[in-house]
Design a protein around this ligand. Structure first.
Ligand SMILES: [Mn+2]
Length: 355
């Protein structure tokens, strides 16, 4: 005698529950955070493959909030390739399921909250407003949202192409870069599974894009305006043409052997943007930056890495200078560093007439 066992909804896999949530909707629109990073892009791409395999024929749109900032990210979009629609051009109707990846509603990481999601997948500690969300998979112990998505593809036996494996591998790798790594065994398991499937030449091409002159100009400006206070570097990157370079400079300065903390600041599109790094675990960078920016702007992030933004009315020195001073003083107070310890990282280098 065979016994029919009713499937227990609690015991269904996450991918299955994700798909069941989308089933009644006619189409799917993916949204993510402003200036999407490789983790956000790869997560959307991976979930698209899952839906195409299990709910074929359903229209799927991948959107972009803000811009593709880093040259590596642009290379990824061009070479994988990934077709993106500006988020404000995506039509959202009652028949649309909005799937949000790598961020949560109302965390200050999106230009607009107009698109309210039915589904949220994220690995950030920055909690958002999840009212009305039908399915959520939020796991801050994961190094990347792409790790969660790789798990869904495995669970559902969806074929992963070389290009998708490349995207997911880079999505995870770029999130868990640096030492010590903010990654767990699940992230490493996903990397091990993806590596033989990824196109290594394509990956190398994405990781080594050509850079515009503005990149080198920002490096020069940041080096010239880097100040060391005890075990902290604060650098003002000036006006930048793409906002991710502020985080790139923070990754650059954190390798200075005399410091454990970095804060880089830069101006872009009416916003003073900040990027913080700490080179040990337990730094609670996200919380610290939130305290520093209290009443000024928004901030959030991970243990070792955080970002923040302050809207500014203009870029005039009388607006910017007092703001920079306030932030610096609050930072020094939070980190218990005396205010009178500052010195330049570098003295100005002599300029040769020509070479
Ligand atoms: Mn992420």
């Amino acid at each position: 005698m065979s016994v029919e066992v009713e499937p227990n909804p609690q015991r269904r896999g996450r991918a299955e529950r994700f798909l069941a949530t989308l089933a009644p909707f006619r189409e799917v629109v993916f949204v993510s955070h402003v200036n999407p990073d490789p983790d956000a892009l790869a997560s959307m791409l991976g979930l698209k493959a899952l839906i195409e395999s299990k709910q074929p024929g359903k229209p799927i749109t991948l959107t972009m909030d803000g811009m593709i900032a880093r040259a590596e990210n642009q290379a990824m979009v061009d070479l994988i390739p990934i077709h993106l629609v500006p988020v404000d051009q995506a039509a959202i109707t009652p028949e649309t399921a909005v799937v949000m990846v790598d961020t949560q509603p109302h965390t200050g990481r999106r230009a607009s909250e107009a698109a309210r999601p039915q589904v949220v997948l994220d690995h950030h500690e920055t909690g958002g407003l999840l009212e009305g969300v039908l399915f959520r998979d939020i796991r801050p112990q994961m190094g990347a949202t792409s790790t969660i998505v790789t798990g869904y593809l495995l669970e559902s036996n969806v074929p992963v192409t070389g290009r998708l494996a490349t995207a997911l591998l880079y999505g995870i790798e770029s999130e868990v870069a640096g030492f010590p790594r903010e990654a767990g065994p699940t992230d490493d398991g996903a990397l091990v599974w993806l590596f033989p499937r990824a196109d290594k030449d394509l990956l190398a091409q994405i990781k080594n894009p050509k850079l515009p002159q503005s990149h080198f100009a920002t490096v020069q400006h940041s080096l010239a305006n880097a100040f060391v206070y005890g075990n902290l570097i604060v650098s003002f990157c000036g006006h930048v043409t793409q906002p991710d370079i502020i985080a790139e400079m923070a990754d650059f300065f954190i390798r200075f052997e005399k410091v454990e903390w970095v804060v880089c600041l830069g101006l872009c599109d009416g916003v003073l943007k900040l990027s913080m790094r700490v080179n040990h675990l337990g730094g609670h960078a996200g919380e610290l930056l939130r305290d520093v920016l209290e009443g000024l702007g928004t901030a959030g992030g991970h243990d070792k890495r955080a970002g923040g933004a302050i809207p500014i009315p203009n870029e005039r020195p009388e607006t910017i200078d007092p703001l920079l001073k306030t932030i610096r003083q609050r930072l020094l107070d939070e980190l218990g560093i005396p205010r009178d310890q500052g010195r330049r990282l570098l003295e100005a280098s002599p300029m040769l007439p020509s070479l």
